[in-house]
Design a protein around this ligand. Structure first.
Ligand code: IPE
Ligand code: IPE
Ligand code: MG
Length: 253
């Protein structure tokens, strides 16, 4: 059994969902946004440590202006509407991405809720907004180069310089909408994530399907490059080091 602690979701399919109903794409986003609260509640009930949701990518700026401004409005609406429930449920809320280029009123709302929930100890809820995985890695590398010009970067350094290091690696990535790609989402954190692609368009996604996916994926065996199950995995880091030194000292030919 694998333990799923951090789930990342690419909420995709809003536009096609609306198109099939002969409605404008933004209607799909509005309907999709009402699903978010249900999934957050389920993640909390399931006792996940972290839930990261992809709401707006750095590439989504290329969409029609009306659509872009709807997505911004929906982020603000979510924060305002869910604020009390987030506080009641001890949820630690953060938005990751290039936030300095967002409108000041959006930034103020984000800062306010992040400050209010900074001491929360429950679910780490993250919205990736104006987010790009490559931009996140580049930002970390550049920051490191400026602050540590004298030494080479390690994996631990890069982990620490991610937007939200405490959420750690992604255990499971779910993408709705039927496409099978990661679209510049959490590239560093998903190195060993399980992937689950569902054809369900985001506005039709339910807590029931979410729980079923987690149950299903929990039965997959994650090997992290080793040969068998969880017990082997626990010992595998140590074994890898022993093997490497035996190999390089010529003990193993
Ligand atoms: C996902 O739905 C939401 C965002 C990208 C913000 P889409 O708008 O990409 O929906 P499709 O993929 O066009 O159906
Ligand atoms: C990914 O969906 C971004 C979000 C869900 C926010 P897209 O619809 O933008 O991705 P592509 O264009 O299909 O890769
Ligand atoms: Mg899409």
């Amino acid at each position: 059994m694998s333990v799923i602690k951090h789930v990342a979701i690419i909420m995709d399919g809003n536009g096609r969902w609306a198109k099939r109903r002969v409605r404008p794409r933004i209607w799909g986003h509005v309907r999709g946004s009402s699903v978010v609260s249900d999934i957050v509640r389920s993640a909390d009930d399931l006792g996940l440590r972290a839930l990261t949701m992809y709401a707006f990518s750095t590439e989504n700026w290329s969409r029609p202006l009306e659509e872009v401004s709807t997505l911004f409005r929906l982020l603000r609406k979510f924060i305002i509407k869910e604020k009390s429930r987030i506080l009641e449920n001890n949820i630690k809320f953060r938005v990751i991405g290039e936030l300095q280029s967002l409108p000041p009123e959006t930034v103020d709302l984000i800062n306010d809720i992040e400050t209010l929930t900074s001491k929360a100890t429950g679910l780490n809820l993250t919205f990736a907004f104006n987010y790009g995985g490559r931009a996140e890695i580049l930002r970390a590398v550049n920051t490191f180069q400026i602050t540590n010009p004298e030494r080479l970067m390690t994996e631990a350094d890069l982990n620490e310089l991610m937007y939200r290091p405490e959420t750690g690696d992604v255990d499971l990535m779910i993408r709705t909408g039927g496409e099978q790609r990661i679209s510049n989402f959490l590239l560093w954190q998903m190195a060993y994530a399980e992937m689950y692609f569902t054809p369900t368009k985001w506005p039709d996604f339910t807590s029931r399907e979410f729980c079923k996916i987690i149950e299903h994926v929990s039965c997959r065996e994650r090997r992290f490059g080793s040969v068998c199950g969880q017990e082997a995995l626990n010992a595998s880091v140590e074994r890898a080091e022993t093997n490497k030194s035996a190999f390089f000292q010529g003990v193993v030919l």
